[in-house]
Structures are given as C-alpha cells and as structure tokens.
Design a protein around this ligand. Structure first.
Ligand code: GDP
Length: 296
C-alpha cells in the first residue's frame, strides 16, 4: 500500500477519537500533534503541514462539531476533507485543444521518468481512441531518441525524430506540421532534461514553449526525491509555467511528502501518477481516493 507509515500513524491518531461520545478541545489538540508529527515524518513541506493543522484545528474545535452526536467521526471527516483539499480538491483532467492536434510538452529533470511517462501517456490516450505522435526533442543525450523509439515500437505509436543535429525548436515545429498533415490528434513532445535545473535548460524550454504554444506543459517529477520534487516543481512553475504535474515512481515512494505538498506549494495539480516501470502503469490522480487510501 502507498505511504504505509503515514497511513498507519494517521489512522492511529484518529482512532482514539473514533468512538468517543465526548470529545474535548484537548483531545483534538493531542490528535493534531500526532498528525503533525506523522506528516513531517512523511517529508511533507513544513508550511503545508502548518496550514493543514491550522485549518483542521479551526474547524474541529467548533461547537457544532464538539457538541454534535458523533464528535469523533465529525473530526475525522474534517481531517479527510482537508487532506482532499491539500491535493485537489477535484481531479484535474487533461485539457485538449479545440482544434487538433493537442500538444503536450513534457518537461523535467533527467531520470525523473519523462521519456517513459511520454510513452505511458501516449498509450493511455490511444486507449481512449486518440491517435498520438511522440516527438523526440532530447538531442543532447544520445540514447534518448533511441529510447523513445523503442517505447514507441513497443506500443505501436509513431515517433517523430530528426536525429540529434537539428535544433529542438525546429523539430517540434516540424512535428506539429507533420501531425496536422497526417491527422494525428495529439503530439507529445519529449524535451531534454538535465541533472540540475540550469539557465540553458530553461531557456531552451521557454523557446520551445514560445514557438509551439503547447496546450499543456506537464512536469514529470520523481516522487522518491521527496521535498526536492516539490522544489523542482516550484522552480519549473516560476521559470517556465506549468499546467500540471505527473508524479512518477509512487510505487516506490514510501513516505508521500511530494504527493501531499505539490499542489499547495505550486498551485498546480497532480494530473497523473506513475505506479511502475511498465507502459501501462500510469493512472489519473484522484485526490479523494488518495485521501481515503491514506486515512483508511
Ligand atoms: P528520463 O531521463 O526522465 O527520460 O527518465 P526515464 O523515462 O528514462 O526513466 C528513468 C527510470 O525510471 C527508468 O528506469 C524507468 O523505468 C523508471 N521509471 C519511470 N517511471 C516510473 C514509475 O512510475 N515507477 C517506477 N518504479 N519506475 C519508473
């Protein structure tokens, strides 16, 4: 199960209140102290934790709650609702262009899972009846183009490439022209990543953004990097502007800090989660389902 440690601790914290016929402000405070520790241990951003605790506390100590017939359950309901609000509140769906092709620009650091996720996304959308085109714009890492071609080959999805001697802006533009003439519904551009965020990377991404005006810019981040994933999201959003986040490797993330922090810190929603290395392992992100999974 995802975030088992956090889940166990939160369940433990709320269990004490569950059956209580009378709940005092002190009970709520004690529970909130435990929840705070659990969230911090899960590597949730400090400010996010502070705001969350403040919101839940304010709502939970209200007289209508404490003097209700089932105060324990009311308090737990508030924790649940505020967990959903942290990550959502609602599901954030992909946006499609009114006139095809829709263009998704995939950005992220090297190793985050960008190329794999581009393939996974193409696979998911193809299952919904769309005709996607994958575009190889990472001209710096020699193996990147080949990797995308292998992924495309496995899926039976076409890959547009112009080798590594052409500028990525020209590749992206040519790919969109190609998509228009061949009636592709979607273009998924796999851009270059770097080990760290640097000016050269951001400038290139900004130039591609200006030239092709993508329908959405999707940032791929590795959830296993915890707070770093959140910092990377914040920086990409400030410097480039993103529309949503795809959180990868959630299958290996035992803590959950990134999943719980990204939306509040950046204001941008998590749209999908990567749940494994296979090309089927991409799921839409539902904040309510995640909250239920965590709270049990
Ligand atoms: P890129 O450098 O950002 O293009 O990253 P890659 O797509 O090459 O992925 C880096 C590694 O992460 C590969 O070994 C992928 O199989 C792996 N990976 C990507 N997404 C996931 C995921 O959701 N779960 C797991 N367990 N591994 C993933």
């Amino acid at each position: 199960m995802v975030f088992e440690g956090l889940s166990n601790k939160l369940q433990e914290a709320v269990r004490k209140l569950k059956g209580k016929g009378r709940v005092t402000e002190k009970d709520v405070k004690e529970m909130m102290r435990e929840i705070k520790l659990a969230l911090l241990e899960a590597d949730v951003n400090f400010k996010v934790v502070k705001d969350f605790i403040a919101k839940v506390s304010e709502r939970a100590v209200g007289q209508d709650v404490l003097e209700s017939l089932t105060p324990g359950q009311q308090v737990i309901k508030i924790v649940h609702e505020e967990l959903i609000n942290l990550m959502g509140p609602g599901q954030s769906k992909l946006v499609f262009a009114p006139k095809p092709p829709t263009v998704y620009m995939m950005v992220g650091l090297q190793g985050s899972g960008k190329t794999t996720t581009s393939g996974k996304l193409a696979n998911l959308l193809r299952k919904q009846g769309k005709k996607p085109l994958l575009v190889a714009c990472d001209v710096y890492r020699p193996a990147a183009i080949k990797q995308l071609q292998v992924v495309g080959g496995q899926l039976g999805v076409d890959v547009f490439s112009m080798g590594d001697k052409t500028n990525p802006i020209d590749i992206a533009k040519a790919a969109i022209e190609h998509a228009k003439s061949k009636q592709y519904d979607l273009v998924i551009i796999d851009t270059a990543g770097r080990l760290h965020i640097d000016e050269a990377l951001m400038d290139e991404l900004k130039n591609i953004k200006e030239s092709v005006r993508p329908t959405e810019i999707l940032l791929v981040v590795d959830s296993m990097t915890g707070q770093d994933a959140v910092n990377v999201s914040e920086t990409f959003n400030e410097k480039l502007g993103i529309d949503g986040v795809i959180l990868t490797k959630l299958d290996g993330d035992t803590r959950g800090g990134a999943a719980l922090s990204v939306k509040t810190v950046t204001g941008k929603p998590i749209k999908f989660i990567g749940m494994g290395e296979k090309l089927n392992d991409l799921e839409p992100f539902f904040p309510d389902r995640m909250a239920s999974r965590i709270l049990g």
